[in-house]
Structures are given as structure tokens and as C-alpha cells.
Write a protein that binds this ligand. Structure first.
Ligand SMILES: [Zn+2]
Length: 414
């Protein structure tokens, strides 16, 4: 138990009575406020008020591009919350309140000029925060609320109020840089949550695992020279003009603190499990984090309009299980998941449900009706060219050469 956990005996900034990591009252006198409930969860209807307007996909409409609802619209998130609610899972989670991050907190990562620009635009009709990052009236407050919600999850986990936490936030954050929005990300939710853990909570080593199908370029860039933060991104190779190649390893004092696993299009469960087994987990073990923060994107789904991967909700469940196990082994179970991409309003909710079920250890019995479309595809197995990418990523990160796919060469059970 850390000092932060040991000290957590009174009401905290998140407004919940604190317990230690085992769910017992830290001061030994009061009963646990949430007996048996160990997973925190943030959702707020304010996240639906971020207006990305009309677009063509995520591109500005115009010319041959007839306007349509922007790809990053409220539906997938709202419907994810609905499924978590009607399935009964919500009743088994500890609700963590949302809050707006302050201007000073946003300054941890973002430049004052950028924040002033978004603040001013948000008071009017919005605009473009950066490449493919539309925002509307009031979006500054909504985006700041996404950041503050991740910070609240970090606090709740560090205080031992909950053991793990999921922040179902919008807009996403992992593409945003210090002075610009990118790819629908206005503020850098995860990077700011991590910086909060470092600056406000005194942690010295935090790991980020980015399982969104797009490279976590913003998070990587922000911490590229910072040895206190390990960033690991598993993503579709050469996608959306983002880099994330294996030779991007950090710079200066941060050399070695960036790890990239670019996987070829068409990768499925076997490739992802191999990448987690042979790169992600060994890199986490070497780094020995005090906290793991996950950019939880679900756009590597077979049903996502923004990628060419073929994961189903079963794979997302297994990936979360691997990360939870790593957190249990390395950092007293402390893990926070922050929602990123996932753009199928129909299918994404089932993947989010599976992830939060796994995180909380609660099974609702809800079956994913989409899974049978893809589960038995032979391409879900680890294929030779995918294994080559996993080996290349491990070697580039100075990790041991993977001898074979766990569970048998190319068995898809790594
Ligand atoms: Zn994405």
C-alpha cells in the first residue's frame, strides 16, 4: 500500500468516503462505503453537449462531400452508457462524479494560447481546434469536464476509494498535442490525467497503454522526453497519416520510454494477444509503473468505420483482463481506463460493456449479438506476417526476442 492509500481516511476531492485497496475502510473504523463494489465509473450527460456538427466522415464537408453527421458524434458513447445501465452493470459500479478541470490544470500540458483560443471560440460558434477537430458552442467546458473526470478517476484509485476506474468521456483525447487539437481530440485527457498523478499526487512512474486503433501520437509527443512516463501504443500500421513506427522510442532523458506496436491491417484477436503478451506486458514489467492509465479505444473492432482490424468484444474483454492482471502484479491493481475511439453506434456499446464487465469482475449475462459474425474467422488467429510485426516491435524496444507465440506457434492463443 502506498502513502497515498494509507493516508486516505477521510473524504477526498471526489466526494466519496475513502477505503483502502482491499475495500476496507482505511481508518479501520467505518464500514466500507461500497462493500463489494471496487470499480469506479464516470459518465455525465454533459459529454453529449460537445457539438461536432455536420461533416463527411470526420472531414469538413464541401465540394463533392455531402454533409452528414460527424463521425465523432454522441451516439456511440450515449448508447454505451445506456447498455451499461439497462444491463444492470451500472448498479454494481461506484459512480465517480465528473468535474471540469481548471485552466491551471489544463496548462499542465496545453499552451495558454491554445486554451484561450478554444475558450474564446467556445463562447461563440466554435470552430476547428486543429486537424479534423471540430468543436462548438460550450465545447471548452465539456472537454475540460472530460479531463477533470479522468483526474477524478485517478484520485479515486490512488485514494483507494475504488480499485479500478473507467471514465466514459467525450471528446476523446489521445491525439491532442500541447497547442492543437487533432483527430476529434480537443484536450489531452489521458496525458493530463497522468500529469495530475505526477504533479498533484506525487507519483514518479506512470505507464500509458493505448489500445485505440489509431496511434496515440499526442500522448507520445507530450511525454517523448519524459522518463517518468512510459507510453505504449498498439495500433493499425500507417493509418490516418499517423506514424507510430517501432523506431519512435523517445528522446533525451526519455529514450526508451516510448514503445510502438504497429500491426498490419486485418489483425485480430491472436495478433493483439501476442502483442500484449510479448511487448506490452514485458515493457510494463521492465518499467514498474505505480499506476497504469489506458487509452481505451474500441475502434479496432471489425464493425468500426475508421479501421480495418477485426476485433470483437471477446478480444477487448481479454485485453482488459491482461492489463488488469498486469496492474495487480505491478502496481497494487491501480488502473484507470479513459474512453477514446469507437465509432459504431450499434456494435461499440457491446465492446465497452465487455471491457467494463472485465474491469469490475461482474458478468451481466448480456450476449454480444455481433460476435457470431466474426468469432470463427480463421483470420482471428495470429498469422505469420503479424507475428513478424510483434517480434520487430519487441526487438526495437530492447525486449527479449519472443521465442514463439504463447500457447503454440501461431495458434492464436497467445
Ligand atoms: Zn481511434
Amino acid at each position: 500500500m502506498t502513502e497515498q492509500q494509507a493516508a486516505a481516511g477521510s473524504r477526498s476531492a471526489t466526494g466519496m468516503t475513502a477505503t483502502n485497496a482491499t475495500g476496507d475502510a482505511a481508518d479501520g473504523t467505518a464500514a466500507p462505503p461500497h462493500p463489494g463494489l471496487r470499480t469506479g465509473f464516470v459518465w455525465d450527460e454533459w459529454f453529449l453537449f460537445h457539438n461536432t456538427g455536420l461533416a463527411t466522415g470526420s472531414l469538413p464537408s464541401g465540394g463533392w462531400k455531402e454533409p452528414y453527421e460527424h463521425l465523432e458524434n454522441p451516439d456511440a458513447k450515449r448508447r454505451s452508457f445506456s447498455l451499461i445501465s439497462v444491463s444492470g452493470l451500472l448498479d454494481r459500479l461506484v459512480r465517480i462524479p465528473s468535474r471540469q478541470a481548471s485552466f491551471e490544470e489544463l496548462r499542465y500540458v496545453h499552451t495558454e494560447d491554445y486554451l484561450r483560443r478554444i475558450e474564446a471560440g467556445s463562447r461563440e460558434h466554435g470552430g476547428e481546434a486543429g486537424i479534423n477537430t471540430e468543436y462548438g458552442n460550450g465545447s471548452y467546458e465539456v472537454a475540460a469536464r472530460a479531463v477533470g473526470s479522468v483526474m477524478n478517476c485517478v484520485d479515486a484509485v490512488l485514494d483507494g476509494e475504488v480499485r479500478r476506474a473507467y471514465a466514459l468521456v467525450r471528446p476523446p483525447g489521445h491525439h491532442a498535442g500541447a497547442d492543437q487539437g487533432v483527430g476529434s481530440c480537443v484536450f489531452a485527457n489521458v496525458a493530463l490525467g497522468v500529469t495530475h498523478a505526477l504533479r498533484a499526487r506525487g507519483l514518479s512512474r506512470v505507464a500509458v497503454v493505448d489500445m485505440d486503433v489509431h496511434h496515440g501520437n499526442g500522448t507520445q509527443e507530450i511525454f517523448y522526453e519524459d522518463p517518468r512516463v512510459l507510453t505504449i501504443s498498439i495500433h493499425q500500421r500507417g493509418w490516418y497519416g499517423l506514424a507510430g513506427e517501432v523506431d519512435e522510442r523517445g528522446a533525451g532523458a526519455g529514450v526508451g520510454s516510448a514503445v510502438n506496436v504497429p500491426l498490419p491491417s486485418g489483425s485480430g484477436r491472436g495478433a493483439y494477444l501476442a502483442a500484449f503478451a510479448h511487448v506490452v506486458v514485458p515493457a510494463l514489467r521492465r518499467f514498474e509503473p505505480e499506476l497504469i492509465v489506458v487509452s481505451a479505444g474500441f475502434d479496432a473492432s471489425a464493425f468500426d468505420p475508421t479501421s480495418s482490424m477485426i476485433l470483437g468484444s471477446d478480444a477487448f474483454r481479454e485485453l482488459v483482463a491482461v492489463l488488469v492482471e498486469a496492474a495487480e502484479e505491478l502496481c497494487d491493481g491501480r488502473i484507470v481506463l479513459s474512453h477514446e475511439g469507437g465509432y459504431s453506434p450499434s456494435a461499440t456499446p457491446f465492446s465497452v460493456l465487455a471491457a467494463v464487465e472485465e474491469l469490475s469482475g461482474v458478468s451481466t449475462g448480456v450476449e454480444d449479438p455481433f460476435l457470431w459474425f466474426i468469432r470463427d474467422s480463421p483470420d482471428q488467429q495470429l498469422l505469420p506476417h503479424q507475428w513478424d510485426c510483434v517480434v520487430e516491435a519487441a526487438l526495437a524496444a530492447d525486449l527479449p526476442r519472443p521465442a514463439s507465440a504463447t500457447g503454440g506457434p501461431l495458434a492464436g492463443t497467445a
